[in-house]
Design a protein around this ligand. Structure first.
Ligand SMILES: [Zn+2]
Length: 493
């Protein structure tokens, strides 16, 4: 064998050995999270309450005159009857028309209060799809495995489990150290609603000079990770620490119009086609934010041994990961502001040339990209400088909440005690939540729903056959009980 070949083989051998060692050491950090006594929960009652809550049709609508506030009144009555201790102990305020704000006085006024959010409203059932449901969408039917209906996952489940947790704590005689607020909005599903219940409740905190220690709202969940040969028996607990923005922009091109029998070389719609291409060909710059690396590293460390021979190199493969993610739409949205041309409008008749042709583009901004940046981007990448740009709807992206905080550590500890085979990963929420409105009064905003669901079940949110697995209800209430107990104290993990 030639000397050079021997040297190359020896080098390759050393690299392989180094990789094997790295893979062996690429495991989750070992930490003793301790254990907690089981909680005393009446699961049957909770299931009945979730079913009952789903049966009340608290559907929101961008047009307030179309909202049946009678259903919200019914829902408030239902809560009053179901949770007598809460209604005896906590002070209740109705904000805007139907948002609910509960206040529980703590024993130590020197500590900042904490807030737990939910929204009461649900999205409507798409007309004509009612019959596609396995059980009617407002039945709240419990077949022993699932509770079916609109709001089963988004998010009557969460709201009711928070109420169950607090009613349980009150029955035990617990009093929090910090003040505890429950803020249940009425219109979260109406995107970028200017006068939303959540914004009104935040304004109340602001007026009263209250800064919150923590806010917890819907967001991530407990997801089983089972990929044969790669990862087994592990759970991913996603805690949303930020959310993307939402902006609808109308871009119009104007022309002389006229009779379609004498068309110019390019009509307004022809000009508009170039605008669409310019936008789609010039996507926003992608960026692998630290939370993505943490997420991949978390998944990688929890993979089984042969798979770790590959995943242990993830920290060195960032540029490659970014390139791959950019090509896959569900992954691309995690690394850049997305551009989706969703609607077009031209002339009102087939024989009329459009005087005004327009597209509507839905952008979802990454944290750090503002609505003003979007406008700048449009003006820069579209070659046609005669376009008009109109912002129809806007909601800025949130900030990132820090994870080196006491509330985050407490949350992680509760999760790890409940699911020792899990890893807690901060992530970016793609949709919107009410939580972002609370930024002026809170720095530690975490979006987490402690329900163990499959990806398939999650896909039913806002969709046909939305359903909640019955077996996850007890762990969710357990989480909220421990969250109130520990987050309201000065405990650190
Ligand atoms: Zn929701």
């Amino acid at each position: 064998m030639k000397k050079r070949t021997v040297a190359a083989l020896a080098g390759a051998g050393a690299l392989t050995a180094a990789n094997a060692v790295r893979a062996a050491l690429f495991v989750p950090e070992k930490k003793d999270w301790g254990t907690s006594e089981p909680e005393n929960i009446n699961v049957e009652k909770a299931l009945e309450h979730i079913s009952g809550a789903i049966q009340i049709k608290t559907v929101s609508n961008p047009d307030k005159s179309k909202v049946d506030f009678g259903e919200f009144d019914k829902f408030h009555k239902f809560l009053e009857e179901s949770y007598p201790l809460i209604h005896k102990t906590m002070k209740k305020e109705i904000v805007n028309e139907a948002s609910l704000m509960y206040y529980w006085k703590g024993t130590n006024p020197d500590l900042e209060p904490m807030a737990m959010l939910s929204h009461q409203d649900v999205v409507p059932i798409e007309e004509g799809t009612e019959g596609d449901w396995a059980h009617p969408p407002f039945s709240g039917y419990n077949d022993g495995e699932f509770i079916w209906g609109r709001g089963a996952l988004d998010m009557k489940n969460h709201l009711i489990c928070v109420m169950e947790a607090i009613e349980t704590l009150l029955a035990e005689g617990f009093t929090p150290e910090r003040d505890v607020y429950l803020c249940f909005g009425q219109d979260e599903e109406v995107v970028a609603s200017g006068d939303s219940g959540a914004r009104a409740m935040m304004e109340i905190f602001k007026e009263r000079g209250i800064h919150l220690d923590s806010v917890v709202d819907e967001g991530g969940a407990v997801i089983d990770l089972d990929i044969p040969g790669v990862i087994k028996g592990k759970k991913l607990i996603g805690v949303g620490i930020a959310e993307k923005g939402y902006t609808d922009v109308k871009i119009s091109v104007h022309s002389n119009g006229g009779h379609s029998s004498q068309p110019p070389k390019h009509s307004a719609i022809g000009e508009l086609a170039d605008v669409v291409k310019d936008l789609e060909n010039h996507q926003f710059k992608s960026e692998l934010m630290p939370f993505i690396s943490e997420l991949f590293s978390g998944i990688g460390r929890n993979c089984s041994y042969p798979a770790r021979l590959v995943t242990c190199n993830i920290p060195f493969m960032k540029p490659l990961i970014k390139q791959i993610m950019k090509q896959i739409p569900p992954a691309a949205c995690l690394v850049r502001t997305t551009t989706a041309v969703t609607m077009t409008e031209g002339s009102p008749a087939a024989n009329v040339l459009a005087q005004n042709a327009s597209i509507t583009v839905n952008f979802r901004q990454m944290p750090g990209t503002t609505v003003a940046d979007l406008e700048k981007h449009i003006r820069k990448v579209v070659r046609n400088k005669d376009i008009s740009v109109e912002i129809l709807k806007q909601k800025e992206a949130s900030k990132f909440s820090p994870t080196d905080t006491r509330p985050f550590r407490v949350m992680e500890k509760i999760c790890k005690q409940q699911n020792p085979d899990s890893f807690v990963a901060p992530y970016l929420v793609m949709g919107g939540t009410d939580a972002c409105y609370y930024e002026p009064v809170c720095d530690n905003i975490y979006r987490y729903s402690p329900f163990n669901v499959t990806i398939e079940e999650l896909r039913c949110t806002h969709n046909t056959n939305e359903r909640l697995p019955v077996k996850t209800v007890e762990e969710a209430i357990t989480f909220f009980i421990r969250w109130v107990r520990r987050a309201s104290s000065q405990e650190d993990a």
